[in-house]
Ligand binder design. Structure first.
Ligand code: MN
Length: 253
């Protein structure tokens, strides 16, 4: 356990960053968890993490997951994270590894489908199929290792399987807020998203864009506009997804 997280721990200064150290024991006798953290680091990405063998196996997915089985999303394998990382959202301070805002974009449990009978072995062999039971992500998915593409050998694809949830009618990343706090990435940072390795140190927030566009009336960062969807409306979004998925239309050209 401790050894698996050595890289994770070496990369961080826990005197400075609020991220967990990874000292807790993994819990037992329950379905394994998954989490997808939306992370505004030097490049925005979604950290997709599956609990396997006591740690969170992790992939950074620049474009986030897609419910469309014809869309394969690049997923770069990153270092194992401790299980308790799954409950982390907040701001990783500037100057630290992965500096930037993090929200829990989705979370839930997952079940191993295959191939074989050992999830850890499937990951080592470069192909794992699984079913997600989250708020935004449901149904069957696969992660497939792309061999020989990059020197680091860390390129995988995240792919939706064809099942009752698959659809090309919905971009799930449109549901942008935390399923835990209801906050957007910008709101997590108090209206500012800080980035470590850009000269300015600051990215444009939506409020900045509105101001720059000269509408003259910038919204407060805390309140969603009336009628705007929040992560808490996930039950209805689930219904929409299901409805959109059936009957299945001819696939996107
Ligand atoms: Mn990340």
């Amino acid at each position: 356990m401790a050894k698996k997280l050595e890289k994770y721990q070496k990369m961080r200064d826990f005197g400075v960053t609020p991220e967990p150290r990874g000292l807790q024991r993994p819990r037992k006798a329950r379905l394994p968890i998954f989490v997808v953290q939306k992370h505004a680091a030097s490049h925005l990405h979604y950290d997709f993490r599956l609990e396997i063998d006591g740690v969170l196996k992790s992939w950074a997915v620049p474009k986030g997951p897609s419910y469309d089985p014809s869309i394969k999303r690049l997923a770069m394998m990153t270092e194992d994270h401790p299980n308790e990382y799954a409950s982390f959202e907040g701001v990783i301070p500037e100057g630290n590894y992965g500096a930037g805002n993090v929200i829990i974009w989705d979370e839930g449990t997952w079940e191993y489908i295959g191939p074989g009978d050992d999830p850890g072995e499937s990951v080592r062999k470069g192909e794992i199929k699984f079913a997600l039971e989250g708020t935004k992500l449901k149904g069957e998915w696969a992660l497939i290792h792309l061999r020989g593409r990059s020197r680091k050998q860390n390129e995988w694809l995240l792919i939706k399987h064809r099942d009752g949830y698959a659809t090309d009618k919905l971009d799930i990343t449109d549901y942008s807020k935390s399923v835990v706090s209801g906050k957007s990435l910008e709101q997590m940072g108090g209206g500012e998203v800080w980035i470590s390795n850009r000269k300015s140190g600051k990215v444009q927030t939506m409020a900045d864009r509105v101001r720059a566009a000269g509408s003259g009336k910038a919204r407060g960062s805390g309140k969603p506009a009336p009628g705007k969807k929040t992560a808490r409306k996930s039950a209805s979004s689930k219904k929409r997804e299901t409805k959109a998925a059936a009957p299945r239309k001819a696939k996107k050209k």
